[in-house]
Design a protein around this ligand. Structure first.
Ligand code: NAI
Length: 327
C-alpha cells in the first residue's frame, strides 16, 4: 500500500476545520488509495477543542487515517508535511483598520511560511484559505525562499463553485455542464467571475445570458455570496469553504479534466498583465504537478477593467504588507 501523505491543517478546531478534516480522512481529497496523516495546528487555547475533533476522527475508524498529531508549534505541525491547508487566520474585528488586519495575519503567516521552509517535505504544496487569503499566501511564500514559489496558492475555488452554480441555475442545466469558469484576481468583493470564457454546451455563457444579468446580478451575487451566507446562517461559509479546499487540492494533485480548467490563485508569471509575484486568481490546469496558467485567452475591455481593478487591490495589499515589513 502507498505511503501516507502528511496533511497539515491550521485552524483545525475552527468551523472550516471541522467540515474539512473528516472528508480528508475519508479519502475524497487524495483518492481512495492514499492513506493520510493529519497534523493539526491550533493556538494553545484551542488545543483541547482540537483534541475533541481528533477523538471524533478516531471514532470514525477511517481506514485511510494513518495518524493524527496535534500541536501549537508550527515547526512540529509542518514537519514532513506534503500538503499544508492554512485555514487559521485573524478575522477583521470591529473597527480594525486594514493595516492592523494585515499585521495580525503577518504574525501568523510569517512564522508558518518560515516553518514550511525549514521542515516541510520537499514536495510541499500549500493552499491558503484564511483571509485575506491571497496576501496571506504572499506573506507565507515570501518567508519560504527555499520552496518553489509556485507551491504557494490561495483559494478561489469557493467563488468558482459558487459561480458555476449561479450559471447552472440561470440556464437550467446541471452544474457539470458549466465548464471553463474563471475567477480572476483577489478573493474579495473585487473578484471577477468571467462568463466570456465559461461555457455551457460548448458556447460562451456570456452569449446565453443578457449583459444586465451578467453585470448587475451574476457578478455581485458571486462576489457577495459570503456576506449573504453570513446573513442567512448567522455564521460564515464553512462546509462549502472546506469543500472548495478539497476540490482545489484534488485538482492540483490528481489533475483537472481534459478540456476544462479551474480557478486557482497562483504566483503570477506576468500572464494577462498581472504583475509578476502577485498571488492572483487565474484559469489553471494541472496534470498532477505544477499549476499551469491557461494561456492565450482573449480579454475584452469589460473583463480587462474588472481584472485590472481586482489586481490593483492585490498590488495595494502587497505594498501595504511590504511597508509593514511583513514581506
Ligand atoms: P474559525 O474562527 O471558526 O476558525 C479559525 C481557527 O483558526 C480557530 O480555531 C483559531 O483558534 C485558529 N487559529 C487562529 N490563529 C491561528 C494560528 N496562528 N495557528 C493555528 N490556528 C490558528 O474560522 P473559520 O470559519 O474556520 O474560517 C477560517 C478562515 O477561512 C477565516 O479567515 C475565513 O475568513 C476564511 N475563509 C476563506 C474562504 C475562502 O474562500 N478563501 C471562505 C470562507 C472562509
Amino acid at each position: 500500500s502507498k505511503a501516507p501523505v502528511t496533511v497539515t491543517v491550521t485552524g483545525a478546531a475552527g468551523q472550516i476545520g471541522y467540515a474539512l478534516l473528516f472528508r480528508i480522512a475519508s479519502g475524497v481529497m487524495l483518492g481512495p488509495d492514499t492513506p493520510v496523516v493529519l497534523n493539526l495546528l491550533e493556538i494553545t487555547p484551542a488545543l483541547k477543542a482540537a483534541e475533541g475533533t481528533a477523538m471524533e476522527l478516531d471514532d470514525c475508524a477511517f481506514p485511510l487515517l494513518a495518524g493524527i498529531n496535534i500541536t501549537d508549534d508550527p515547526r512540529k505541525a509542518f514537519d514532513g508535511a506534503n500538503i499544508g491547508l492554512l485555514v487559521g487566520a485573524r478575522p477583521r474585528g470591529p473597527g480594525m483598520e486594514r493595516a492592523d488586519l494585515l499585521e495580525a495575519n503577518g504574525g501568523i503567516f510569517k512564522p508558518q511560511g518560515a516553518a514550511i521552509n525549514d521542515v516541510a517535505a520537499d514536495d510541499i504544496r500549500v493552499l491558503v484559505v484564511g483571509n485575506p487569503a491571497n496576501t496571506n499566501a504572499l506573506i507565507a511564500q515570501s518567508h519560504a525562499p527555499d520552496v518553489p514559489a509556485e507551491r504557494f496558492t490561495a483559494m478561489m475555488r469557493l467563488d468558482h463553485n459558487r459561480a458555476k452554480t449561479q450559471v447552472a441555475q440561470k440556464l437550467g442545466v446541471p452544474v457539470s455542464e458549466v465548464t471553463k469558469m474563471t475567477i480572476w484576481g483577489n478573493h474579495s468583493a473585487s473578484q471577477y467571475p468571467d462568463l466570456f470564457h465559461a461555457e455551457v454546451g460548448g458556447k460562451p455563457v456570456a452569449e446565453q445570458v443578457d449583459q444586465a444579468w451578467l453585470a448587475d446580478t451574476f457578478i455581485p451575487t458571486v462576489a457577495k455570496r459570503g456576506a449573504a451566507i453570513i446573513d442567512a446562517r448567522g455564521a460564515s461559509s464553512a462546509a462549502s469553504a472546506a469543500n472548495a479546499a478539497i476540490d482545489h487540492i484534488n485538482s492540483w494533485v490528481l489533475g483537472t479534466p481534459a478540456g476544462d480548467w479551474v480557478s486557482s490563485a497562483v504566483v503570477s508569471d506576468g500572464s494577462y498583465g498581472i504583475p509578476e509575484g502577485l498571488i492572483a486568481g487565474v484559469p489553471a490546469t494541472s496534470t498532477g504537478g505544477a499549476w499551469q496558467v491557461v494561456q492565450g485567452l482573449e480579454i475584452d475591455d469589460f473583463s480587462r477593467a474588472k481584472i485590472d481593478a481586482s489586481v490593483k487591490e492585490l498590488a495595494d495589499e502587497r505594498d501595504a504588507v511590504r511597508s509593514l515589513g511583513l514581506i
